[in-house]
Design a protein around this ligand. Structure first.
Ligand code: NG6
Ligand code: CA
Length: 503
């Protein structure tokens, strides 16, 4: 061992709580299972009854269920950006919902959750939805080497849905290449104008098996029209019904191949994002139509990971975190009966708002963590925790010292994540169309311009021309705006938000 390593290692022994001092090879594996658009009330351990999620519930039962766990933003790209970099996405332009042909948003050289763990000797892999852009600023070469991407920011392996299920290109990317690409049938992608001569949903709705409700009427792939145009790559195109099986088998294979080393797996599910097209074996398993059946499929994917860890005898020393990238949405652009068949199910549970919203439903999501070797089972924690904190928390866990400017908004909340600290963060900025600040029992939503409701998705986005102030202990559903009653608190919280913004 070099002198440098010895210093680092002994440093880690001194800075970690004694219960966490371990030899380098005993460090826990880390698996983050990241659902898409899954709401606070969508799983049974958070109160859902119209769908059962026994595997997600098992993580909670064998670990901790957080009641105030957050995605960093109310949509996908900014949440993922913030989770991986430890920087709030609203600080950087170009981190909004990414097009399917967006260039890599996180530039090589940035310290990320994956690069930090890779530097500390972990094997690192990402399987599933990426949606953080790929390729240089001119755009990715879908027919050649696709870089930069995850492999250039600290992942050793990737198997990707490049953007989202509802955006072209509808192909998988493994490491630097499109999987199964026929060189004689090159892929072309455009978000501006039609490429090739394939039908679109707008031109040929009679060819569709699912019809859009808003947007989503361009190139038809597998009977479903998407956002954007593509041509070519026929052999490489995914089949939506097989997507969960495909990515889950890749995730399980990754665990098997890396079982001898400490590993980090970011398993990023497609479900329950639109288009919701679960495998036929899940169709009809709930009374809620595709949205409910996709939740059942999400739970199955999770169960396969837990089963693999059991089979390989890795469960005891593996941290499994299951959470979601933003809150729920019912109609997100396809006529899939999600609204019609919702019944009494409340996707955001007792919370107000959902995906796209500054109300709690936007970012407060299922957040359950298990680590049998260190974390007591059956805990419930009200600590304020956020995915943005994984960078600094897992750096502390693995004895890494980060550069001073790395992950500026990420806090070391390891104690809260392991159930030892009941409080968590002092404050949190929630990011939707407007910013909101959480501090203690208080929540301040800054004034904003624009409609209060997203008509397409029927979501209360939380935008209002005046300041909003809620006491979440007394009013978790954010019904009573107390701004007029507590003007001093509004001034203080606005000043604090401005200060964080100018950092
Ligand atoms: C929106 C899409 C929506 C979804 C979202 C991204 C339309 C009309 N709506 O623009 O369907 O794809 O982007 O979702 O195109 S996210 O979870 O990846 O952020
Ligand atoms: Ca999402």
């Amino acid at each position: 061992m070099s002198k440098h390593l010895i210093v680092l290692f002994s440093f880690s022994l001194f800075t970690l709580p004694s219960s966490l001092a371990f030899a380098a090879d005993a460090r826990p594996n880390i698996v983050v299972i990241y659902a898409d658009d899954l709401g606070y009330g969508d799983v049974s351990c958070y109160g859902a009854t119209a769908v059962a999620t026994p595997h997600i519930d098992r993580i909670a039962a064998e670990g901790i269920r957080f009641t105030d766990g957050h995605a960093p933003a109310a949509t996908c790209t900014p949440s993922r950006y913030a989770m991986l970099t430890g920087q709030y996405a609203w600080r950087l332009k170009g981190t909004g919902i990414a097009r399917g042909d967006a260039p890599a948003i996180i530039k090589p050289g940035r310290v990320t959750l994956s690069s930090m763990l890779q530097d500390s000797g972990y094997k690192t892999g990402v399987v599933g939805k990426w949606h953080l852009g790929l390729g240089p600023d001119e755009g990715a070469d879908w027919n050649g080497k696709i870089a930069p991407g995850p492999l250039e920011i600290g992942f050793d392996y990737c198997f990707l849905i490049p953007a989202t299920g509802d955006r072209v290109p509808c192909v998988y990317v493994e490491n630097h290449r499109v999987v199964d690409l026929d060189p004689n049938d090159p892929i072309r992608v455009s978000f501006k104008k039609k490429v090739g001569d394939e039908p679109t949903g707008a031109e040929n709705p009679e060819l569709l098996k699912i019809h859009p409700s808003h947007g989503h009427d361009r190139t038809i792939v597998n009977g479903i029209s998407r956002i954007g145009y593509m041509s070519g790559g026929q052999r490489a195109r995914w089949v939506d019904e097989d997507m969960a099986d495909r990515i889950t088998s890749k995730a399980v294979a990754y665990i098997e191949e890396n079982k001898a080393d400490p590993f980090f797996l970011f398993f990023s599910l497609h479900d329950i994002h639109v288009p919701r097209v679960p495998h036929p074996r899940f169709v009809g398993t709930t009374a809620m139509g595709p949205r409910g059946d996709a939740i059942a499929q999400t739970d199955w994917c999770t169960g396969e990971i837990l089963a693999a860890l059991d089979r390989l005898k890795l469960a005891d020393n593996t941290i499994v975190l299951f959470t979601s990238d933003n809150g729920p949405v019912v109609d997100d652009g396809y006529q899939d009966e999600a609204a019609e068949k919702l019944g009494d199910h409340r996707p955001a549970g007792t919370l107000r708002g959902g995906k796209y919203s500054s109300f709690e439903g936007g970012t407060r999501v299922p957040f359950v963590l298990r680590w049998p070797a260190k974390v007591k089972a059956n805990q419930s924690s009200d600590a304020l925790v956020c995915q943005i904190d994984l960078l600094h928390s897992f750096a502390a866990l693995t004895g890494q010292t980060l550069a001073a400017d790395a992950g500026p908004d990420s806090h070391n909340i390891l104690g809260a994540l392991l159930g030892e600290d009941p409080k968590g963060r002092e404050h949190l900025v929630e990011h939707a169309r407007t910013l909101a600040l959480r501090q203690g029992v208080w929540k301040y939503i800054e004034p904003g311009k624009g409609p209060a409701v997203n008509k397409n998705t029927n979501t209360e986005v939380g935008v209002a021309p005046q300041s909003q102030l809620y006491n979440l202990r007394a009013d978790l559903r954010e019904q009573k705006n107390l701004a007029d009653q507590h003007p001093q608190r509004v001034v203080k919280m606005k000043a604090m938000l401005d200060e964080i913004r100018s950092d």
